[in-house]
Design a protein around this ligand. Structure first.
Ligand code: G3I
Length: 328
């Protein structure tokens, strides 16, 4: 038996949370997936099971089967559990399309949803992505069903409703494409500043980090993290994966990928950002394999373990950075 420490041990020794997004079906059916999730990570996010679509098969029913399975797995294995996500424009229930609601009905629906879901996991979910991806790529507020019915106030309400039911959980705003200083992260900064001025109970910001190898800018990422921290917000890396660009492959794509992961872990350690969740356990479970638009541009091997659950150079890079043994 190997005596070398696992990634989980390296992270725990450093008071760091290293996480993976999980799917209930794989946890049930694939012992290697289950084992890697338990042995190598000390944090977990349900990848899809807590989204409104999967949770709400019909207007008045909930299906918590998969969400419970993942949250229970996390608790039983002493992991930090992130809840993802309460309000999003995507993965809404299918029946929503045909629902001819009034603004008030939508407001009541969202309030009930947040109260029920946050309430159910009051003692088992540590942090919530309350609102996901509310800002469009050009920095304006995204026109979603929530925005169209309730205006910017939908963010205030969502955070308030979550806090009402669980004063203990940390509440995050989560988004992609805002990892470094850019137009979008500027807009998110302004939005969160406005929320804080209005005393909205928000504790942090999640930077997703769906990234491309070879294009990291660690200094800008560190500056971005620090400016959110200066607002009084915690910063977590919530959905990290690092693909290579299909049309611009470096000589050693896995090494390039490893470098990216290493640099970002080092930024985390420098800036006291203590949580980094990868968006899947192994390459076989990456979302990129199901999204054709992305697969034209991104390679589909963005995670720390390969298809056979063998640790990749990126795994060694993350572990090395966390244990202080990586000198490259
Ligand atoms: O589970 C159902 C299955 O029952 C059904 O037969 C099948 C038919 O389409 O769909 C399956 O659901 C899919 C689900 O992934 C599970 O595989 C959905 O169609 C598919 O849309 C869904 O994709 C998820 C995507 O969010 C939705 O936009 C990805 O798994 C998930 O990784 C991805 O995660 C998002 C974050 O939540 C937010 N940030 C970006 C990130 C990547 O897109």
């Amino acid at each position: 038996m190997s005596t070398e420490q696992t990634l989980r041990e390296a992270a725990t020794n450093r008071d760091f949370r290293i996480g993976a997004a999980l799917a209930a079906r794989a946890l049930r059916s694939d012992p290697s997936y289950w084992k890697a999730a338990r042995n190598e990570f000390n944090a977990v996010t349900p990848e899809n099971a807590l989204k409104m679509g999967p949770l709400r098969p019909s207007p008045h029913t909930y299906d918590f089967t998969d969400a419970d399975a993942i949250v229970d797995f996390g608790r039983e294995n002493d992991m930090y559990v992130r809840g993802h996500t309460l309000v999003w424009h995507n993965q809404k229930p299918e029946w929503f399309q045909a629902w001819d609601y009034t603004d008030d009905q939508l407001r009541k629906f969202l309030r009930d949803h947040i109260h029920t879901v946050v309430g159910r996991y009051r003692s088992s979910i540590d942090a919530w992505d309350v609102v996901n991806e509310a800002v469009a790529d050009d920095g304006t507020l995204r026109e979603t069903v929530w925005y169209d019915a309730l205006g910017e106030e939908y963010l205030d309400l969502a955070f308030q409703w979550a806090r009402e039911v669980n004063p203990e959980a940390d509440l995050y705003y989560n988004d992609y494409g805002a990892d470094a200083i850019n137009e979008k992260s500027d807009a998110i900064y302004d939005l969160l500043e406005r929320l804080l001025e209005r005393d909205v109970p928000i504790d942090g910001v999640g930077l997703q980090f769906h990234a491309l190898a070879g294009r990291s800018d660690p200094e800008s990422v560190a500056e971005n993290i620090r400016r959110f921290q200066d607002l009084g917000l915690d910063v977590q890396i919530t959905e990290m994966d690092v693909a290579n660009a299909v049309d611009d492959q470096p000589e050693d794509p896995l090494a390039e990928q490893a470098d990216y992961y290493r640099e970002i872990v080092e930024v985390c350690l420098e800036t006291d950002c203590d949580t980094l969740v990868t968006w899947g356990v192994h390459d076989g479970s990456t979302w990129l394999r199901n999204f054709k638009d992305f697969s034209k541009r991104y390679t589909d091997d963005p995670l720390l373990f390969d298809d056979g659950y063998e640790p990749k150079p990126a795994y060694d890079a993350v572990k090395g950075a966390l244990s202080g043994t990586d000198r490259s």
